[in-house]
Design a protein around this ligand. Structure first.
Ligand SMILES: C[S@@+](CC[C@H](N)C(=O)[O-])C[C@H]1O[C@@H](n2cnc3c(N)ncnc32)[C@H](O)[C@@H]1O
Length: 246
């Protein structure tokens, strides 16, 4: 993929509109099934899951549809929420604007599961993410899962079929801004920035908030042809999925 435009921030309506058109094939194959599996079965009506940083609502739709959860889908971007409400309305999803930090309308121990997908990599502010992680810990019931899916920090610079985060050969450190290309469905690219954090940094967000250290899944696609023709995502995991429980 070639960078062909100026990077977009994540909190603009232009970013939301471009993100709406992203090529979701890798996320659909590598993230969504694993997130649902790691959340576990929704064991009854009105079991509440949070989709924190829901963007245009793709994960919330999975949770409410295949997962059968009742979902509060939260995001600090009004532009993302406007698209989510229009594109993915569902009787069991309530979309809500929030500040990316606090969940004051939710009581302690009142939520059955939480998911946060491709969010930490878009927020440069460690203090806000630490506060958000503590809030997620506070509202989850004992035993409830928290599934945090994000870019695999060990995969910077790898040209996957629908994204590349980071320049080939570059070495990134916690806090670095990483140029990131997402392929859109029409074959063009969206250029944005993400924020590099090592796996150790992700673990610290979780353990610092009182969660046990997470399990780490690094899903890849099966290679069905000769190794030299296989896409990068059959050798290296583009995403990581961290699962922990209160
Ligand atoms: C790359 S999009 C991912 C959206 C969605 N989770 C998905 O997987 O399609 C990142 C989203 O995270 C939101 N975001 C950024 N910082 C956040 C924070 N501190 N708390 C919650 N959401 C945040 C952005 O507004 C944006 O909608």
């Amino acid at each position: 993929m070639i960078a062909d435009e100026e990077p977009l921030g994540w909190d603009t309506s232009a970013a939301a509109a471009a993100y709406q058109d992203r090529d979701m094939r890798l996320a659909e194959q590598l993230i969504f099934p694993r997130v649902l599996e790691r959340l576990g079965r929704c064991t009854g009506p009105d079991r509440l899951a949070l989709d924190v940083g829901c963007g245009t609502g793709a994960v919330a739709a999975q949770l409410a549809g295949a997962g059968e959860w009742t979902v509060q889908a939260l995001d600090p971007s009004a532009g993302m929420l406007e698209i989510a409400r229009a594109d993915r309305p569902h009787p069991r999803i309530a979309y809500r604007l929030f500040d990316g930090r606090a969940l004051p309308w939710l009581a302690d121990d009142s939520v059955d599961a939480a998911v946060c997908c491709l969010v930490y990599c878009t927020d440069p502010d460690d203090d806000r993410l630490a506060a958000l992680t503590r809030e997620i810990r506070r509202v989850l019931r004992p035993g409830a899962p928290y599934v945090l899916a994000d870019l695999n920090p060990a995969a910077t610079g790898v040209p996957f079929s629908t994204l590349r985060h980071g320049e080939a050969g570059a070495v990134y450190r916690d806090g670095d801004t990483v140029p990131t290309l997402l392929r859109l469905r029409d074959g063009s690219t969206m250029t944005s920035a993400t924020h590099y954090r090592s796996l150790g940094r992700y673990r610290s967000f979780l353990t610092g908030a009182g969660f046990p250290s997470p399990t780490v899944d690094l899903p890849t696609l099966p290679a069905d042809g000769p190794a030299e023709d296989a896409p990068a995502e059959s050798r290296t995991a583009p995403y990581m999925i961290l699962t922990t429980h209160v």
